[in-house]
Design a binder for this molecule. Sequence first.
Ligand code: XMP
Ligand code: MG
Length: 178
Amino acid sequence: MQNDVGKVLYTVEELQSRIQALGAEMAADYKDKNPMMIAVLKGSFVFMADLVRAMDIHCQIEFLAVSSYGNQTTNTGAVRLTKDLTCDIADRHVIVVEDILDSGLTLNYLMGYLKNRQPASMEICTLLDKPDRRQANVYAKYKGFTVPNAFVVGYGLDYAEQYRNLPYIGVLKPEIYE
Ligand code: XMP
Ligand code: MG
């Protein structure tokens, strides 16, 4: 699998050090608020696991699943909720945890959907931000890294459901996408 990687963007060490800092910042902001951390599956599963372990406060873990990409590398604009929450978020402090903020269409849809359930507050934490491709106006209060406009894989992120288990984030060799 690792032979398919053309370039490593963020090493295991770089990811860990950034996530430790992000977790500490969020723990300070949400101390005594028992935030509800909602990861957007599947891409955020690895990030979520490391992020919550970097937060030394009480918090709750929840999951949502959406599908927007299929097996392509560009967003079709269609967002579909494939797994709903199993709990009430009314009057709770919600943090939506995403792997990557790209066009913003997914989070724009999700934030509207969650807002209807009347949380006390709602913020976004995204590991990666790809601002060049933004189509919807979405604000992420917490960000790991700003990435260049390339399709990235690893650390939860996939290409055609593969490479989620790469321990670092990278870009595949061009021939893999062909
Ligand atoms: P949007 O465009 O709605 O995208 O902000 C959010 C979702 O699209 C996926 N995505 C990617 N997945 N490498 C990936 O593996 C990428 O470079 C990439 N860009 C967007 C991702 O699932 C995210 O939740
Ligand atoms: Mg994906």
